[in-house]
Structure formats: C-alpha cells, structure tokens
Design a protein around this ligand. Structure first.
Ligand code: PMP
Length: 340
C-alpha cells in the first residue's frame, strides 16, 4: 500500500508473542507495538483522530492555532499532524521537559510556551493549564485539545488498536494489561474488546507516586504513565485491578525486554513488563496459565538519559532501597504501640 502522507501510516501496528520473556511460565503474552507509529508513539492515534474529526466538523478551522499542555508524546504527535495539515501548534511545557523532546518539537516547527512558575502543589500542572486558558483568551483562533477530558482521545483507541486487535488475535485473551495516564488508551481498547470478549479482565498499570487511583503524590521521574491529577476521562469502575510500578522496576523491565526479546522500548513498556511478571508470580499454581495482551507505547531512544543510563539507574535504585527500608521499618512498629 502507498500512503498519501506520513499520517496515513499511523496504526496497523504488529502484535508480537513474547515467548522469550514469559515462555517458561506457560502464559501466552502478546504485545501490540505502538512504538512503530511514525512520530514514535501510541499518541499518534489520538492526535490524528482529534485533528481530522475537528477539521471535518468545523470545530477546527483552517486558521486554527492548536494548543495543548504536553511535554511528551502527544505534543510530538500533534506537532507532526499539525505541520502536515498546515495548522499552527503550540505545546505548553515546563522545565521538566527533556532536551530531546524539546529539540524534536522544534524540528517539527511547533511553538513552545514554557511556564516556569510552580503551582500550589509544587508542580507545574496548574500553571500550564492557566497558560493554556490565557492563550484561549488572547488568541482568537486557539483550540485546546485537552487530552485529559476529550472523549475523542479514548474513541481514537477504540476505533484504532481495539479494532485491529480483534482482527489480529484469533481468540480472546483473559487479561488486558495497560499503562494509564489520561486513561484514553485503556478505556478505548477495553471498551471495544469487551464488546467481543465480555469476560476480559482489565489491569491498569500506574506509576508509583501518581494520584490516578487515590494514592498520595510522590516524586517520580519517568514520563508516560501516571498523572498528578485525576482525568475527567477516567472511569475507575471499568478497571478491575491496578498495579503500581516505580521508576526502578520500570527501568529493569525495559532492560529485560531488550535483553530477552530485543525490543528497545520506553519506560511505560518496562512498567507493563514488570506488572505482568508480578501478576504471573501471584497466580495460584493450580490456575490455567493465562493469555495476556499488553501494549508497548513508545521506543527507547527518548529514554537514553534515564532508563538506559547506568548512572541514572543506580540513582533510582538507591531511592528504591531507601523507600523499601523505610517501609520495612514502619511495618515493624506496632500501630498503637510504644517503641523503646
Ligand atoms: N505510555 C506512554 C509512553 C505514553 O506517552 C502514554 C501517554 N501519556 C501512556 C503510556 C498512557 O496513555 P494514556 O494517556 O492513553 O493513558
């Protein structure tokens, strides 16, 4: 097939059976490789879907100035789509953006709006949203994508990966294990698959330190999964189980994935590998080994300074050891007792 433009090549991603990583458990684990998308991630799908739907129905005009608060994969995907459609695009970012992503955004010709003031929570989320709202007031043609609240986000995954998986797999899986941030990917795919496979169990993988599922906020470094606010799109009751994975375990998962399957993927892929490892360990020995489907959202290149850097890994390993020691010390103190 000859594509009429680069964005026609979004989707149609392969599914790989991870025989080497999980083969000895008896479980069948499949991964859909969204890292094949042209701007490098699963976010190419909502970027294309939201812009094309908006242009078709007129909510995005030919002179629109697209605005989004994102320092990561969605910003890069929007930069690609907007450049091709001849639309202006500005990413509202904060100082935590990686140098690589900043350079990629500039290469695509995106505008960069950098907020530097911290918000009441000590992060930048509120300041970034305030800057978006200011731009909507100041720029008459500005249109906000709003990935955390825009239903077209999950719809893009329903019609995208959801449809493709039903064509790619010959029979149902028992579990869908996916990383969660805006929740667009997990809800879109799960809603489509459950229409065909009603018994599907959905497991969400969140970052330790994220507030998505009611845990207190804590520092975390890897982008991709987790959030510092609860998205409007998140429907907690549609997710059967949540597994939290910290930066250290996610990085080790990435390195195992690379060593055993030769798949060079980003931090959230390592997080789902770690989560599936835990799920399989916890299964009763008598249980039938499950069929599991997961998704690898992006490639390893954007993580050379983190996941694939030995000094970074050693630093997060030290944080991990300190947290484990402090949790162990807490649990040895009797809840109402007095320690000597
Ligand atoms: N992994 C990566 C690398 C991502 O960029 C994202 C999107 N932030 C996700 C997982 C989670 O996807 P969603 O926002 O649809 O929940």
């Amino acid at each position: 097939m000859v594509c009429s433009s680069i964005i026609e090549s979004i989707g149609g991603t392969p599914v790989v059976h991870l025989r080497r990583l999980f083969g000895d458990t008896g479980a069948e684990v499949f991964a859909k490789l969204e890292l094949f998308n042209p701007a490098g991630s699963v976010k190419d799908r909502p970027a294309r879907y939201i812009i094309e739907k908006g242009l078709a129905e007129g909510t995005i005009g030919a002179n629109a100035h697209i605005v989004e608060s994102s320092s990561g994969n969605l910003a890069i995907a929007l930069a690609m789509v907007c450049r091709l459609k001849g639309l202006r695009f500005t990413a509202v970012v904060d100082p935590k953006i990686s140098q690589t992503n900043l350079t990629i955004l500039r290469c695509y010709g995106a505008g960069i709006e950098l907020v530097t003031e911290k918000d009441s929570q000590g992060g930048y989320l509120e300041t970034r949203i305030a800057r978006v709202r200011q731009m909507l007031r100041d720029l008459p043609d500005a249109v906000w994508i709003n990935q955390y609240g825009n239903p077209r986000n999950w719809e893009s995954h329903y019609h995208g990966e959801g449809e493709e998986i039903l064509r790619q797999l010959d029979r149902p899986v028992d579990m869908l294990v996916l990383g969660v941030s805006t929740s667009g990917t997990v809800h879109g795919i799960a809603r489509r698959l459950r229409e065909a496979w009603p018994a599907l169990k959905v497991v969400g993988v969140d970052a330790a330190g994220s507030v998505l599922f009611g845990h207190p906020p804590a520092s975390r470094e890897l982008p991709g999964i987790g959030a510092s606010r609860v998205p409007e799109l998140l429907c907690r009751e549609e997710i059967d189980q949540v597994i939290h994975v910290d930066d250290h375990a996610a990085a080790l998962g990435c390195r195992r994935l690379l060593a055993q399957e030769s798949i060079f993927a980003g931090g959230s892929s390592g997080a789902v590998v770690a989560a599936i490892g835990r799920l399989l360990q916890e299964l009763p020995r008598s249980a039938r080994p499950p069929r599991i489907l997961t998704l690898f959202p992006d490639r390893g290149e954007r993580y050379l300074d983190t996941v694939y850097d030995d000094a970074w890994l050693e630093r997060v390993a030290a944080i991990h050891r300190a947290r484990t020691a402090s949790a162990a010390a807490q649990s040895s103190i009797p809840a109402h007792g007095v320690t000597a």
